[in-house]
Design a protein around this ligand. Structure first.
Ligand SMILES: *Cc1c(COP(=O)(O)O)cnc(C)c1O
Length: 407
């Protein structure tokens, strides 16, 4: 079978899905533009600070723009966050105190949080500070509403964590509709438990944010959706002002909080990244939809299917054997702009339990809003594909990867 025909046939049957993505992109673009206008963004905001970073007007304006785009009271957007996992860690350490209970209601959290929580022993974990952790598994890809109610009625929980995107698991990602439903149920029992959502990979994929359906705080990475492939690093924490401020005091130091944090020349990149993020997320979604259709046509199990409602930009492809998974990732690498000549191999990544293979021919190291593909080397050998700065480059990478598995 000719690879170009396979791609063309798939493209012909996903036109309706692409139209929906275009509509979404328009709405998100309007949201971003109106936040820029409301906050009167001007060239002065591209300026930079060094040292302590006092009075950084660009940084302060960026945080207002993010707050408006995310529909939250407040936002902390900083390059001093190394990654999304770091921002999640800062938030958890900011809100939890010895003796408190943290409860995950989406089963096991993202791999990098295992040592943070103490699920995997670490001398600096939350557990080492006497913070207790419990989790409730999902049932049929939805919350176990009954168990959640029962647990909340039993004794005080300080913080509930919801991970929207599936991470390296085989479950489905959680929709805003279901988050809205669970938040209502939680609030009927406990009006002040902190509801924190790991929002990684989900920004601009659904129309509402978790904040707009009642979550207290959301956390995400700038080398994913909202960075638009332009932000060089960083992450955000957005939500209730008191919680955003607690996170700032923990990220820097008590007493200085958000007043410090030099931007070292990245303000323009963060603003420009957010500006094109609706369009970049749309390209990533189209790339994922194409991959889903093509790989399904080739007989692989995919999740989500091309015409499913999407919650995040991640496309799972189940290969059932390690060789195809590795070949697929290598094909993505060959079809990437940076290090196309490198051959990725599975390795022991810090923070992950199994060996992981990662294709990331990206301008920004580890950026997964750029076309990237990875997967832990464990059954059932699933590739997690995401990103695509433009649909055309996404399509070229998919073409390269499919070629590599069928040849
Ligand atoms: C990517 C991701 C994170 C954070 O990962 P970093 O690589 O540290 O930015 C956390 N949770 C989920 C579900 C993710 O997809």
């Amino acid at each position: 079978m000719d690879i170009n025909n396979i791609i063309k046939n798939a493209e012909n049957s996903i036109k309706e899905e692409f139209d929906k993505v275009d509509e979404l992109c328009m709405k998100n673009s309007e949201k971003v533009l109106s936040a820029f206008k409301k906050n009167k963004i001007s060239e002065a905001h591209f300026s930079s600070t060094t040292g302590y970073g006092y009075d950084d007007i660009g940084r302060d304006a960026i945080e207002k723009v993010f707050k408006d785009v995310l529909g939250s009271e407040d936002a902390l957007v900083r390059s001093q966050f190394i990654s999304g996992s770091h921002a999640l860690t800062v938030a958890l350490f900011a809100y939890l105190r010895p003796g408190d209970v943290m409860l995950s209601i989406t089963g096991t959290p993202y791999d990098t949080l295992h040592e943070v929580i103490g699920i995997v022993p670490n001398n600096s974990s939350l557990k080492s500070f006497g913070i207790n952790y419990e989790q409730i598994e999902l049932i049929n890809n939805d919350f176990d509403y009954e168990k959640i109610k029962e647990r909340l009625m039993k004794s005080k929980v300080k913080l509930i964590e919801i991970q929207r995107s599936k991470g390296y698991s085989t479950r489905k990602s959680i929709s805003i509709k279901n988050i809205e439903k669970v938040v209502k149920i939680i609030r009927e029992i406990d009006s002040d438990v902190i509801i924190m959502v790991d929002n990684c990979y989900c920004e601009f994929v659904e129309e509402k944010t978790p904040i707009e359906v009642g979550a207290d705080i959301i956390v995400g990475s700038l080398i994913k959706n909202l960075g638009g492939g332009i932000a060089p690093n960083g992450a955000y924490i957005a939500g209730k002002s008191n919680l955003v401020n607690l996170a700032a005091e923990r990220l820097t130091l008590p007493g200085e909080g958000r007043e410090v944090g030099p931007t070292l020349g990245i303000n323009k990149s963060i603003l420009q990244g957010l500006f094109i993020a609706p369009s970049v997320v749309a390209s990533a979604l189209k790339t994922a939809i194409l991959a889903s259709k093509v790989l399904e046509d080739l007989g692989y199990k995919v999740e989500p299917r091309y015409n499913d409602n999407r919650v995040d930009i991640v496309q799972n492809i189940e290969f059932g054997n390690p060789d195809k998974l590795i070949k697929f990732c290598q094909g993505i690498q060959m079809g990437s702009p940076i290090d196309s000549f490198a051959v990725p191999e599975a390795w022991d990544m810090p923070g992950y339990t199994d060996k992981v293979i990662m294709a990331a021919g990206t301008f920004t190291q580890g950026s997964s809003i750029e076309i990237s593909c990875d997967g832990p080397i464990r059954e059932p050998y699933i590739a997690y594909l995401q990103g695509g700065l433009t649909y055309e480059y996404g399509k070229l990478a998919i073409t390269s990867a499919v070629k590599n598995i069928i040849e």
